[in-house]
Design a protein around this ligand. Structure first.
Ligand SMILES: [Zn+2]
Length: 411
Protein backbone atom coordinates (compact mmCIF):
# COMPACT_ATOMS: atom_id res chain seq x y z
CA UNK A 1 0.00 0.00 0.00
CA UNK A 2 1.18 3.52 -0.85
CA UNK A 3 0.64 6.76 1.07
CA UNK A 4 -2.50 8.53 -0.11
CA UNK A 5 -0.75 11.86 0.11
CA UNK A 6 2.82 11.36 -1.12
CA UNK A 7 2.95 7.86 -2.66
CA UNK A 8 5.65 6.49 -0.32
CA UNK A 9 5.39 2.77 0.50
CA UNK A 10 3.75 2.27 3.88
CA UNK A 11 5.85 -0.04 6.07
CA UNK A 12 4.69 0.71 9.60
CA UNK A 13 1.42 -0.74 10.89
CA UNK A 14 0.45 1.40 13.88
CA UNK A 15 -2.61 -0.59 14.83
CA UNK A 16 -4.43 -3.56 13.33
CA UNK A 17 -8.05 -3.78 14.48
CA UNK A 18 -8.56 -6.73 12.10
CA UNK A 19 -11.99 -5.97 10.62
CA UNK A 20 -15.24 -4.19 11.35
CA UNK A 21 -18.48 -3.17 9.63
CA UNK A 22 -18.91 0.52 8.77
CA UNK A 23 -19.39 2.22 12.10
CA UNK A 24 -22.40 4.29 11.03
CA UNK A 25 -24.18 1.36 9.35
CA UNK A 26 -26.88 1.00 12.00
CA UNK A 27 -29.02 -2.10 11.53
CA UNK A 28 -32.82 -2.05 11.35
CA UNK A 29 -35.02 -4.78 12.81
CA UNK A 30 -35.52 -6.26 9.31
CA UNK A 31 -31.80 -6.19 8.52
CA UNK A 32 -31.03 -8.39 11.53
CA UNK A 33 -31.81 -11.36 9.28
CA UNK A 34 -29.21 -10.30 6.72
CA UNK A 35 -25.41 -10.64 6.65
CA UNK A 36 -23.15 -7.68 7.40
CA UNK A 37 -20.11 -6.63 5.40
CA UNK A 38 -16.87 -6.43 7.38
CA UNK A 39 -13.95 -4.41 5.98
CA UNK A 40 -10.34 -4.71 7.17
CA UNK A 41 -9.41 -1.98 9.65
CA UNK A 42 -5.69 -1.38 9.79
CA UNK A 43 -3.82 1.84 10.44
CA UNK A 44 -0.53 2.80 8.78
CA UNK A 45 1.86 5.72 9.22
CA UNK A 46 3.82 7.25 6.32
CA UNK A 47 7.46 7.74 7.26
CA UNK A 48 7.83 10.49 4.69
CA UNK A 49 4.90 12.90 5.26
CA UNK A 50 3.63 11.42 8.60
CA UNK A 51 0.08 11.04 7.37
CA UNK A 52 -1.52 8.29 9.43
CA UNK A 53 -4.14 6.55 7.34
CA UNK A 54 -6.36 3.55 6.79
CA UNK A 55 -6.80 1.83 3.48
CA UNK A 56 -9.48 3.31 1.24
CA UNK A 57 -12.19 0.77 0.43
CA UNK A 58 -14.09 3.19 -1.79
CA UNK A 59 -17.06 3.16 0.50
CA UNK A 60 -17.58 6.92 0.87
CA UNK A 61 -20.95 6.84 -0.92
CA UNK A 62 -22.14 4.12 1.40
CA UNK A 63 -20.89 5.94 4.47
CA UNK A 64 -22.34 9.39 3.93
CA UNK A 65 -25.39 8.49 1.83
CA UNK A 66 -29.08 8.91 2.60
CA UNK A 67 -28.86 6.52 5.54
CA UNK A 68 -26.42 8.72 7.43
CA UNK A 69 -27.88 9.11 10.94
CA UNK A 70 -25.70 11.71 12.54
CA UNK A 71 -27.45 15.03 13.21
CA UNK A 72 -25.17 17.57 14.86
CA UNK A 73 -28.04 19.52 16.39
CA UNK A 74 -28.69 16.77 18.93
CA UNK A 75 -25.65 17.76 20.95
CA UNK A 76 -25.96 20.93 22.99
CA UNK A 77 -22.19 20.87 23.40
CA UNK A 78 -21.75 21.10 19.61
CA UNK A 79 -24.31 23.87 19.39
CA UNK A 80 -22.44 25.91 22.01
CA UNK A 81 -19.12 25.24 20.31
CA UNK A 82 -20.62 26.41 17.00
CA UNK A 83 -22.20 29.54 18.49
CA UNK A 84 -18.93 30.56 20.17
CA UNK A 85 -16.96 29.96 16.99
CA UNK A 86 -19.32 32.10 14.88
CA UNK A 87 -19.18 34.97 17.38
CA UNK A 88 -15.36 34.83 17.40
CA UNK A 89 -14.83 34.54 13.64
CA UNK A 90 -17.38 37.21 12.67
CA UNK A 91 -15.52 39.73 14.81
CA UNK A 92 -12.02 38.53 13.92
CA UNK A 93 -12.62 38.70 10.14
CA UNK A 94 -15.09 41.63 10.28
CA UNK A 95 -17.75 39.68 8.42
CA UNK A 96 -20.99 41.46 7.47
CA UNK A 97 -23.92 41.36 5.04
CA UNK A 98 -21.50 41.73 2.10
CA UNK A 99 -19.37 38.70 3.07
CA UNK A 100 -19.60 35.20 1.65
CA UNK A 101 -19.42 32.15 3.89
CA UNK A 102 -19.43 28.48 2.92
CA UNK A 103 -19.35 25.49 5.23
CA UNK A 104 -18.30 22.06 4.00
CA UNK A 105 -19.94 19.14 5.82
CA UNK A 106 -22.56 21.53 7.15
CA UNK A 107 -24.78 18.64 8.31
CA UNK A 108 -28.18 19.94 9.48
CA UNK A 109 -27.13 23.60 9.56
CA UNK A 110 -26.27 23.52 13.27
CA UNK A 111 -23.42 26.02 12.73
CA UNK A 112 -24.61 28.10 9.76
CA UNK A 113 -27.81 29.03 11.61
CA UNK A 114 -25.73 31.45 13.72
CA UNK A 115 -24.41 33.25 10.63
CA UNK A 116 -27.97 33.49 9.38
CA UNK A 117 -29.07 35.11 12.65
CA UNK A 118 -26.28 37.68 12.16
CA UNK A 119 -27.48 38.39 8.61
CA UNK A 120 -24.31 37.05 6.95
CA UNK A 121 -24.90 35.27 3.62
CA UNK A 122 -23.96 31.61 3.88
CA UNK A 123 -24.58 28.18 2.43
CA UNK A 124 -23.50 24.62 3.10
CA UNK A 125 -22.28 21.60 1.16
CA UNK A 126 -23.00 18.14 2.53
CA UNK A 127 -23.50 14.72 0.93
CA UNK A 128 -25.83 13.34 3.62
CA UNK A 129 -29.38 13.86 2.30
CA UNK A 130 -31.32 13.61 5.56
CA UNK A 131 -29.42 16.30 7.48
CA UNK A 132 -29.07 18.50 4.36
CA UNK A 133 -32.82 18.39 3.82
CA UNK A 134 -33.41 19.45 7.40
CA UNK A 135 -31.05 22.41 6.88
CA UNK A 136 -32.86 23.46 3.70
CA UNK A 137 -36.20 23.31 5.50
CA UNK A 138 -34.75 25.69 8.12
CA UNK A 139 -33.86 28.10 5.31
CA UNK A 140 -30.14 27.30 5.26
CA UNK A 141 -29.28 26.59 1.66
CA UNK A 142 -27.40 23.30 1.42
CA UNK A 143 -25.98 21.73 -1.73
CA UNK A 144 -26.23 17.94 -1.44
CA UNK A 145 -22.82 16.81 -2.66
CA UNK A 146 -19.34 15.75 -1.68
CA UNK A 147 -16.84 18.60 -1.87
CA UNK A 148 -13.98 18.09 -4.31
CA UNK A 149 -12.09 19.96 -7.04
CA UNK A 150 -14.85 19.53 -9.66
CA UNK A 151 -17.51 20.70 -7.25
CA UNK A 152 -15.31 23.66 -6.28
CA UNK A 153 -15.39 25.00 -9.86
CA UNK A 154 -19.18 24.59 -9.93
CA UNK A 155 -19.49 26.49 -6.66
CA UNK A 156 -17.37 29.39 -7.92
CA UNK A 157 -19.65 29.64 -11.01
CA UNK A 158 -22.80 29.57 -8.89
CA UNK A 159 -21.75 31.48 -5.79
CA UNK A 160 -18.45 33.22 -6.48
CA UNK A 161 -15.34 32.98 -4.33
CA UNK A 162 -15.78 32.76 -0.57
CA UNK A 163 -14.43 35.02 2.19
CA UNK A 164 -14.68 32.29 4.78
CA UNK A 165 -14.64 28.54 4.19
CA UNK A 166 -15.36 26.36 7.21
CA UNK A 167 -14.75 22.65 7.54
CA UNK A 168 -15.13 20.99 10.92
CA UNK A 169 -14.34 17.30 11.20
CA UNK A 170 -14.26 16.81 7.45
CA UNK A 171 -10.56 17.00 6.47
CA UNK A 172 -9.87 13.63 8.10
CA UNK A 173 -12.96 12.13 6.47
CA UNK A 174 -12.15 12.73 2.80
CA UNK A 175 -10.56 9.88 0.84
CA UNK A 176 -8.57 12.18 -1.51
CA UNK A 177 -7.18 14.90 0.72
CA UNK A 178 -5.12 16.51 -2.08
CA UNK A 179 -8.10 16.90 -4.38
CA UNK A 180 -10.13 18.31 -1.47
CA UNK A 181 -7.52 20.91 -0.47
CA UNK A 182 -7.02 21.90 -4.13
CA UNK A 183 -10.77 22.58 -4.19
CA UNK A 184 -10.51 24.83 -1.13
CA UNK A 185 -7.91 26.98 -2.89
CA UNK A 186 -10.19 27.38 -5.94
CA UNK A 187 -13.12 28.60 -3.82
CA UNK A 188 -11.19 31.04 -1.61
CA UNK A 189 -11.38 34.80 -2.30
CA UNK A 190 -8.00 36.63 -2.56
CA UNK A 191 -7.97 37.67 1.11
CA UNK A 192 -10.28 34.96 2.39
CA UNK A 193 -9.74 32.60 5.29
CA UNK A 194 -10.25 28.87 5.65
CA UNK A 195 -10.78 27.42 9.11
CA UNK A 196 -10.74 23.69 9.67
CA UNK A 197 -10.96 21.62 12.82
CA UNK A 198 -9.68 18.08 13.02
CA UNK A 199 -8.68 15.70 15.82
CA UNK A 200 -4.96 16.07 16.53
CA UNK A 201 -3.00 12.87 15.92
CA UNK A 202 -0.69 13.87 18.76
CA UNK A 203 -3.57 13.38 21.23
CA UNK A 204 -4.68 10.13 19.62
CA UNK A 205 -1.22 8.68 20.21
CA UNK A 206 -0.75 10.24 23.63
CA UNK A 207 -4.13 9.08 24.98
CA UNK A 208 -4.43 5.81 23.04
CA UNK A 209 -7.69 6.99 21.46
CA UNK A 210 -7.87 3.95 19.21
CA UNK A 211 -11.67 4.01 19.16
CA UNK A 212 -11.45 7.06 16.87
CA UNK A 213 -10.19 4.69 14.18
CA UNK A 214 -12.99 3.70 11.81
CA UNK A 215 -13.59 3.47 8.07
CA UNK A 216 -15.18 6.91 7.78
CA UNK A 217 -12.02 8.40 9.23
CA UNK A 218 -9.43 8.07 6.47
CA UNK A 219 -6.65 10.36 7.75
CA UNK A 220 -5.16 11.06 11.20
CA UNK A 221 -3.46 14.41 11.08
CA UNK A 222 -0.48 16.26 12.48
CA UNK A 223 -0.18 20.00 11.95
CA UNK A 224 3.10 19.46 10.08
CA UNK A 225 1.38 17.15 7.59
CA UNK A 226 -1.59 19.45 7.00
CA UNK A 227 0.76 22.40 6.61
CA UNK A 228 2.72 20.65 3.85
CA UNK A 229 -0.45 19.51 2.04
CA UNK A 230 -1.87 23.05 2.12
CA UNK A 231 1.45 24.46 0.91
CA UNK A 232 1.43 22.09 -2.07
CA UNK A 233 -1.90 23.65 -3.11
CA UNK A 234 -0.96 27.31 -2.70
CA UNK A 235 -2.32 27.74 0.81
CA UNK A 236 -0.55 28.84 3.99
CA UNK A 237 -1.59 28.11 7.56
CA UNK A 238 -1.27 31.46 9.32
CA UNK A 239 -2.65 30.57 12.75
CA UNK A 240 -3.64 27.53 14.78
CA UNK A 241 -5.46 26.96 18.06
CA UNK A 242 -6.04 23.95 20.24
CA UNK A 243 -9.72 23.21 20.79
CA UNK A 244 -11.00 20.66 23.26
CA UNK A 245 -13.43 18.76 21.07
CA UNK A 246 -12.91 15.10 20.19
CA UNK A 247 -10.32 14.68 22.94
CA UNK A 248 -8.06 17.38 21.53
CA UNK A 249 -8.43 18.99 18.11
CA UNK A 250 -6.64 21.69 16.16
CA UNK A 251 -8.35 24.62 14.49
CA UNK A 252 -6.25 25.95 11.64
CA UNK A 253 -6.58 29.27 9.85
CA UNK A 254 -5.32 29.33 6.25
CA UNK A 255 -5.07 31.84 3.41
CA UNK A 256 -3.53 32.04 -0.06
CA UNK A 257 0.26 31.65 0.22
CA UNK A 258 0.88 35.15 -1.21
CA UNK A 259 -1.81 36.92 0.86
CA UNK A 260 0.09 39.52 2.91
CA UNK A 261 -2.95 40.55 4.94
CA UNK A 262 -2.53 37.45 7.14
CA UNK A 263 1.02 37.19 8.54
CA UNK A 264 1.92 33.78 10.01
CA UNK A 265 1.72 33.66 13.80
CA UNK A 266 4.42 31.96 15.91
CA UNK A 267 1.90 29.40 17.26
CA UNK A 268 2.16 27.47 13.98
CA UNK A 269 5.85 26.69 14.50
CA UNK A 270 5.30 26.14 18.22
CA UNK A 271 2.82 23.33 17.65
CA UNK A 272 4.92 21.71 14.89
CA UNK A 273 7.79 21.81 17.37
CA UNK A 274 5.64 20.18 20.04
CA UNK A 275 4.90 17.37 17.58
CA UNK A 276 8.64 16.98 16.99
CA UNK A 277 9.38 16.86 20.73
CA UNK A 278 6.70 14.16 21.17
CA UNK A 279 8.67 12.04 18.70
CA UNK A 280 5.91 12.07 16.09
CA UNK A 281 8.38 12.36 13.20
CA UNK A 282 10.06 9.09 14.24
CA UNK A 283 8.71 5.67 13.29
CA UNK A 284 9.65 4.21 16.67
CA UNK A 285 7.04 6.32 18.49
CA UNK A 286 4.22 4.50 16.71
CA UNK A 287 5.42 0.96 17.37
CA UNK A 288 4.15 0.71 20.95
CA UNK A 289 0.57 1.72 20.14
CA UNK A 290 -0.89 -1.73 19.51
CA UNK A 291 0.31 -3.04 22.86
CA UNK A 292 -1.45 -0.19 24.67
CA UNK A 293 -4.61 -0.78 22.62
CA UNK A 294 -4.64 -4.45 23.56
CA UNK A 295 -4.24 -3.57 27.21
CA UNK A 296 -7.30 -1.30 27.11
CA UNK A 297 -9.31 -4.01 25.34
CA UNK A 298 -8.32 -6.66 27.86
CA UNK A 299 -9.11 -4.48 30.86
CA UNK A 300 -12.49 -3.52 29.43
CA UNK A 301 -13.42 -7.16 28.77
CA UNK A 302 -12.18 -8.17 32.21
CA UNK A 303 -14.38 -5.48 33.80
CA UNK A 304 -17.47 -6.58 31.86
CA UNK A 305 -17.01 -10.29 32.50
CA UNK A 306 -16.21 -9.96 36.20
CA UNK A 307 -19.18 -7.72 36.87
CA UNK A 308 -21.59 -9.84 34.87
CA UNK A 309 -20.41 -12.92 36.77
CA UNK A 310 -21.13 -11.01 39.98
CA UNK A 311 -24.68 -10.41 38.74
CA UNK A 312 -24.33 -6.70 37.96
CA UNK A 313 -26.34 -5.00 35.21
CA UNK A 314 -24.39 -3.04 32.62
CA UNK A 315 -25.74 -0.69 29.93
CA UNK A 316 -24.09 1.96 27.78
CA UNK A 317 -24.73 5.48 26.59
CA UNK A 318 -23.98 7.03 23.17
CA UNK A 319 -24.45 5.07 19.93
CA UNK A 320 -21.39 6.71 18.38
CA UNK A 321 -18.72 5.47 16.00
CA UNK A 322 -16.27 5.35 18.90
CA UNK A 323 -18.28 2.73 20.79
CA UNK A 324 -18.56 0.57 17.71
CA UNK A 325 -14.81 0.39 17.15
CA UNK A 326 -14.26 -0.59 20.79
CA UNK A 327 -17.07 -3.17 20.85
CA UNK A 328 -16.02 -4.76 17.58
CA UNK A 329 -12.36 -4.99 18.54
CA UNK A 330 -13.48 -6.59 21.83
CA UNK A 331 -15.54 -9.11 19.85
CA UNK A 332 -18.68 -8.33 21.86
CA UNK A 333 -21.94 -9.65 20.35
CA UNK A 334 -25.49 -9.45 21.60
CA UNK A 335 -26.81 -8.29 24.95
CA UNK A 336 -25.17 -10.60 27.50
CA UNK A 337 -22.41 -8.21 28.61
CA UNK A 338 -24.03 -4.87 27.69
CA UNK A 339 -27.86 -4.90 27.64
CA UNK A 340 -28.36 -1.89 25.38
CA UNK A 341 -26.98 1.48 24.44
CA UNK A 342 -29.12 4.55 25.10
CA UNK A 343 -28.98 7.50 22.71
CA UNK A 344 -30.88 10.79 22.61
CA UNK A 345 -31.19 10.82 18.82
CA UNK A 346 -34.57 9.51 17.60
CA UNK A 347 -32.84 8.74 14.28
CA UNK A 348 -30.90 5.96 16.01
CA UNK A 349 -33.43 4.59 18.51
CA UNK A 350 -34.97 1.29 17.45
CA UNK A 351 -31.87 0.34 15.46
CA UNK A 352 -28.96 -1.94 16.40
CA UNK A 353 -25.24 -1.23 16.53
CA UNK A 354 -23.31 -2.60 13.55
CA UNK A 355 -21.34 -5.73 14.38
CA UNK A 356 -22.26 -6.13 18.04
CA UNK A 357 -25.99 -5.81 17.27
CA UNK A 358 -26.68 -4.23 20.64
CA UNK A 359 -30.09 -2.48 20.55
CA UNK A 360 -30.32 1.34 20.72
CA UNK A 361 -32.97 2.63 23.11
CA UNK A 362 -34.26 5.90 24.55
CA UNK A 363 -32.22 7.31 27.49
CA UNK A 364 -35.23 7.03 29.84
CA UNK A 365 -34.80 3.24 29.80
CA UNK A 366 -31.77 3.72 32.06
CA UNK A 367 -33.98 5.31 34.70
CA UNK A 368 -36.57 2.52 34.50
CA UNK A 369 -33.98 -0.28 34.70
CA UNK A 370 -31.60 1.28 37.25
CA UNK A 371 -28.46 -0.60 36.10
CA UNK A 372 -25.30 -0.82 38.22
CA UNK A 373 -23.03 0.59 35.52
CA UNK A 374 -23.47 2.98 32.59
CA UNK A 375 -20.58 2.89 30.12
CA UNK A 376 -20.02 6.20 28.34
CA UNK A 377 -18.71 5.59 24.82
CA UNK A 378 -18.29 9.21 23.63
CA UNK A 379 -15.62 10.03 26.25
CA UNK A 380 -14.99 13.35 24.47
CA UNK A 381 -18.34 14.62 25.83
CA UNK A 382 -18.36 12.59 29.05
CA UNK A 383 -18.97 15.59 31.32
CA UNK A 384 -22.00 16.68 29.32
CA UNK A 385 -23.39 13.12 29.43
CA UNK A 386 -22.74 12.58 33.15
CA UNK A 387 -24.58 15.81 33.84
CA UNK A 388 -27.56 14.69 31.75
CA UNK A 389 -27.60 11.33 33.55
CA UNK A 390 -27.08 12.79 37.02
CA UNK A 391 -30.14 10.90 38.33
CA UNK A 392 -28.19 7.62 38.10
CA UNK A 393 -26.70 8.41 41.51
CA UNK A 394 -30.11 7.95 43.16
CA UNK A 395 -29.74 4.17 43.07
CA UNK A 396 -25.95 4.12 43.42
CA UNK A 397 -25.22 3.58 39.72
CA UNK A 398 -21.69 4.25 38.45
CA UNK A 399 -20.27 5.59 35.19
CA UNK A 400 -17.56 3.72 33.31
CA UNK A 401 -15.16 5.40 30.88
CA UNK A 402 -13.11 2.77 29.01
CA UNK A 403 -10.53 5.08 27.34
CA UNK A 404 -7.70 6.13 27.77
CA UNK A 405 -7.77 4.02 30.93
CA UNK A 406 -10.71 2.18 32.44
CA UNK A 407 -12.22 4.54 34.96
CA UNK A 408 -15.24 3.89 37.22
CA UNK A 409 -16.87 7.07 38.48
CA UNK A 410 -19.47 7.31 41.23
CA UNK A 411 -22.45 9.16 39.86
ZN1 LIG B 1 3.14 10.15 2.82
Amino acid sequence: MECRNCGTNLNIVVCDLVSAPLSNAYISEAELQKPEIYYPLCLYICEHCWLMQIEDYKVADEIFGEDYRYYSSFSTLWLNHAANYVKMIVSRLNLDATSKVMEIASNDGYLLQYFKIDGIPCFGVDPAEGPAQKANEMGIETIVSFFNLDMASEIVKLKGKQDLIIGNNVLAHVPDINNFVAGLEVCLSPQGTITMEFPHLMELIRQTQFDTIYHEHYSYLLLATVKSIFKKHGLRIYDVEKVFTHGGSLRIYACHTEDLSHPTKPTVDLIVNEERLQGLFEGQTYRDFQRRVNEIRNRFLQFLIENRMAGKRIVAYGAAAKGNTLLNYCGIKGTELIEYVADASPFKQGFYLPGSRIPIVEPRRIFLDKPDFVIIFPWNIKNEIMKQLEGVREWGGKFVIPIPELEVIDA
